[in-house]
Design a protein around this ligand. Structure first.
Ligand code: PLP
Length: 397
């Protein structure tokens, strides 16, 4: 196993989540006492003699700032280790290239991040990897999609952008009965709100770009697992592909994570207020938020998650035309492709994040042209509501 993998050691943070968010992975710099792990902005590391180094040789293979982030993620998730990548998609790429070979089959949730579908459909099919998109909230559908070549079940819950949930423990059972690995993209909830490993996941994937960073400052990704052999393989693939995270992005993400628990608590609080406001508005056709009793899987959300998250979707009466009017009229809420930041962001999935998905597949999955996704930020919820109110007033008639 290479030196860049975080191995559980005495410096494990076993404290509570909020405390680990602040202290895990980071200890005062031995030469200066600096409280923050420095940004190790270096390409290479001088070796004392042939084969004698301090664990780092070249920053494509490993970097101390990136290692600090990996230790923090590992301790927050309470697993064996984490491997950090330049983006969430780089993590997905490394995952699939490590685990699969020509002829293998993947079962993937029918609603996942658009970039994941683009990678599977437009890049990996060239290498004879096939994917079946399944409504993974339907357990029978998952079981009947399994073939003798299925190696991996890839789910996203809540799914981007419809927020449909998948029962992680039940799909883990199906995966393991069929000798498959279960991968959960837990980007929407993070370990603060969903403990995927306790529910049976084998691998958890993150775009750290979203809630871990939380400030719209970086792009980054991570793979976590309890299997040390797999960690070594992910690390090896990352070195081969050249897709390690940059030390500066790792450093910014280390700072962002310190407030992860606090931020997510407030994201949930604000999102529920906004969801209730929109539900009562006469110009709104439909609001989807796992914390509303009207949410079709409200019970599963309560049972599987530790909070309902910061994302909701809604449809304005009058469909696409009014959706466009509303999105153009917003002032505080920014029309942008991202989520999970302190800023409230509004996204039109059909034309933005889920543009890469063929129209028929998109519509079948419930991503209509009028659907609007709101990543509720940490502004005063009254200000978010006032902005939505003035924008909704332009949609009347
Ligand atoms: C953004 C996102 C990704 C991709 O991450 P990048 O950092 O943008 O490459 C993957 N999964 C989900 C759920 C996402 O929201």
């Amino acid at each position: 196993m290479s030196e860049t993998i975080s191995i559980k050691s005495q410096d494990d943070c076993t404290a509570s989540f909020a405390t680990c968010s602040i202290h895990a992975g980071v200890s005062p710099d031995p030469t200066t006492g600096a409280v923050l792990t420095p940004i190790f902005q270096t390409t290479t590391y001088r070796q004392e003699g042939v084969g004698q180094h301090k664990g780092y040789t070249y920053s494509r293979s490993g970097n101390p700032t990136v290692s600090a982030l990996e230790k923090k993620l590992r301790d927050l998730e309470k697993v064996e280790g984490a491997v950090c990548f330049s983006t969430g998609m780089a993590a997905t790429t490394a995952l699939l290239l490590t685990l699969l070979k020509s002829g293998d089959h993947i079962i993937c949730s029918d609603v996942v991040y658009g970039g994941t579908v683009r990678l599977l459909r437009e890049v990996l099919t060239k290498f004879n990897l096939s994917t079946t998109y399944v409504d993974t909230s339907n357990l029978e559908a998952v079981q009947s999609a399994v073939t003798e070549n299925t190696k991996l079940i890839f789910i996203e819950t809540p799914a981007n952008p419809t927020l449909k949930l998948t029962d992680i423990a039940a799909v883990a059972d199906i995966a393991h009965k069929n000798n498959c690995l279960l991968v959960v993209d837990n980007t929407f909830l993070t370990p603060a709100l969903q403990k995927c490993f306790a529910l049976g996941a084998d691998i958890v994937l993150y775009s750290t770009t979203k809630y871990f960073d939380g400030h719209n400052a970086t792009v980054g990704g991570a793979l976590l697992t309890n299997d040390s052999e797999l960690l070594a393989k992910f690390d090896h693939t990352r070195n081969a592909l050249g897709s390690i995270q940059s030390p500066f992005n790792a450093w910014l993400t280390l700072q962002g994570i310190k407030t992860l628990a606090l931020r997510l608590k407030q994201h949930c609080h604000n999102a529920l207020i906004v969801a209730n406001y929109l539900s009562a508005h006469p110009n709104i056709q439909k609001v989807t938020y796992p914390g509303l009793p009207s949410f079709p899987q409200y019970e599963l959300a309560q049972q599987q998650q530790l909070g309902f998250g910061g994302l909701l979707t809604f449809e304005v009466k009058g469909g696409y035309d009014n959706a466009v009017k509303l999105m153009s009229a917003l002032k505080l809420c920014a029309l942008a492709e991202n989520l999970g930041s302190v800023e409230t962001l509004v996204t039109h999935p059909a034309s933005m994040t889920h543009g890469p998905i063929p129209i028929a597949q998109r519509e079948a999955a419930g991503i209509s042209d009028g659907l609007i996704r709101l990543s509720v930020g940490l502004e005063d919820p009254n200000d978010i509501i006032n902005d939505l109110a003035q924008a909704l007033s332009t949609c009347e008639g």
